[in-house]
Design a protein around this ligand. Structure first.
Ligand code: GLN
Length: 479
């Protein structure tokens, strides 16, 4: 039996039926990681000894009939912005190269109480700013399907660690597409939750009105199982409402023939790779075969999404990054004046993309420009959100491409920030609107690169969009 090829759901059943121990499962993923990661570079920090200990503890719980959850004993990775007590958390930045948090992020606390096994912390673009993991201070993460290409970003380490079968699932973050786009590039499933569905407490922030934390795994079912463990109200994150957490896995099996799915015309215009358009056609055919009704819809303000995001996100970034000043966090520079400490720490500790965004954001928020840029961007954000509200009056979900192309080559876009920003043209709208979206693998390009489809749903309909993705996935695998 090829353990690492199996989904989290399959492995957790085998574990429960005592056909495989958590230790055996964990050792199989460790062996794979040792073999593959020197080329892929998904890990920033490997915690294999800890993983073995955690796996043995899960095996002991099973023996005593004390399992903690459906995902107990399953090996996972965490994007290196999720704070882990006693384990280095770098945000893939030089400035935090030696930072060991004194506490756990809520998402990690919840996963620990669900019994998961930690394989390690995985790569991201520096402070999650990017779409390829090329801005990481610790080297690019390569695409397991073609190592000359990027794994996507910023949760490239998460997506690659799942796709290269080095864990059963991973936690990523999505601010403008950082879970959905790498999932599409790597041929795995990535869920961007509704803003507020999962606590961000203890997760190093990028742009606080957009940041979300969510799962990346092989299948929609696996994502549902991880989401179950991490969703819900957290007193430490005031953006998490008291919204009930439904049984996500149970919802997967309901039919989708009663659903109406909108196809927004603005997401199918020029500039999209032929292979992506073809996959969209086959996704539509699958959905129709499953009985869903497809209708055309319009989201007229879509073209403003990228420019709006690149005012709002850098503005919030400039505020959030102010804490990395060499006093509270930094490189321990010893200078005479406090001003010199700030400057030297930030100059040496931060990379170009982070600096670019701090500059843009500081400018957009400065008096005199605030109204022209920041306030205006907020107004356009409302229009974008209203587009989605109007569309969802008539449809249950939307189907769109995840990105205009499959994975691009390492180095292809890194010197052209605008081109890189366009990698998120189809994911940013949902982020500005605060709704949920899932990226599900559907097929391959002629070069055998994975291509996914994006299903977007109204706030707090994770169960519904995972169900649609699940039906697509089971339909494909039975063909
Ligand atoms: N690629 C987008 C950016 O660079 C999104 C990043 C993210 O979602 N963290 O901002």
């Amino acid at each position: 039996m090829e353990i690492t090829k199996k989904s989290l759901a399959e492995l957790s059943t085998l574990f429960r039926e005592k056909k495989l121990s958590s230790r055996e499962i964990t050792e199989a993923f460790i062996a794979n990681a040792k073999k593959k990661d020197p080329e892929i570079n998904a890990f920033v920090t490997q915690t294999f000894d800890l993983a073995r200990e955690m796996a043995d503890a899960a095996d002991a719980r099973l023996k005593n009939d004390e399992l903690l959850s459906d995902i107990d004993g399953m090996p996972i990775t965490l994007k290196d912005v999720v704070c882990t007590d006693g384990i280095k958390t770098t945000a893939s930045s030089k400035i935090l190269e030696n930072f060991t948090p004194p506490y756990d992020a809520t998402v990690w606390k919840k996963l620990k109480s669900a019994g998961v096994v930690l394989m390690g912390k995985v790569n991201t673009d520096e402070f999650t700013m990017g779409a390829s993991t090329e801005t990481s201070a610790f080297g690019v993460t390569r695409n397991p399907h073609d190592p000359t290409r990027v794994a996507g970003g910023s949760s490239g380490g998460s997506a690659a660690s799942v796709a290269a079968e080095m864990c059963t699932g991973s936690i990523g973050t999505d601010t403008g597409g950082s879970i959905r786009q790498p999932a599409h590039f790597c041929g795995v499933t990535g869920l961007k939750v509704t803003y507020g569905r999962v606590s961000r407490w203890g997760t190093i922030p990028m742009a606080s009105s957009l940041d979300t934390v969510g799962p990346i795994a092989k299948t929609a079912e696996d994502c549902a199982m991880i989401l179950q463990a991490i969703a819900g109200r957290d007193m430490l994150d005031s953006t998490t409402p008291n919204e009930i957490v439904p049984d996500y896995k149970a919802e997967l099996e309901q039919k989708i023939s009663d659903l109406t799915i909108g196809i927004p015309k603005e997401y199918f215009q020029e500039g999209i790779d032929e292979s992506v358009l073809q996959i969209m056609e086959s996704t539509k055919a699958i959905l129709q075969e499953l009985g869903a009704k497809l209708v055309d819809v319009s989201l007229p303000h879509t073209k403003y999404a990228v420019p709006t995001y690149y005012i709002i996100a850098p503005s919030e970034i400039s505020a959030n990054m102010a804490r990395f000043d060499g006093i509270r966090f930094g490189l321990g520079e010893k200078e005479k004046s406090i001003h010199e400490i700030y400057t030297k720490t930030r100059e040496k500790g931060l990379g170009d993309e982070v600096k670019r965004r701090i500059l843009i954001g500081t400018y957009a928020l400065s008096s005199g420009y605030y109204d022209a840029f920041y306030r205006k961007a907020q107004k356009v954000r409302t229009l974008i959100k209203q587009d989605f509200d109007t569309a969802f009056e008539n449809v249950d979900a939307l189907l769109t491409p995840v990105a205009p192309t499959p994975a691009f080559k390492v180095g292809e876009n890194i010197n052209d920030p605008l081109q890189m920003y366009l990698a998120d043209v189809f994911t940013i709208g949902a982020s500005l609107a605060g709704i949920c979206g899932v990226s599900t693998p559907v097929g391959q390009s002629s070069e055998n690169l994975p291509i996914g489809a994006q299903i977007l749903g109204p706030r707090f309909t994770e169960g519904r969009i995972l169900r649609i993705a699940h039906h697509i996935q089971t339909n494909i695998s039975t063909q």
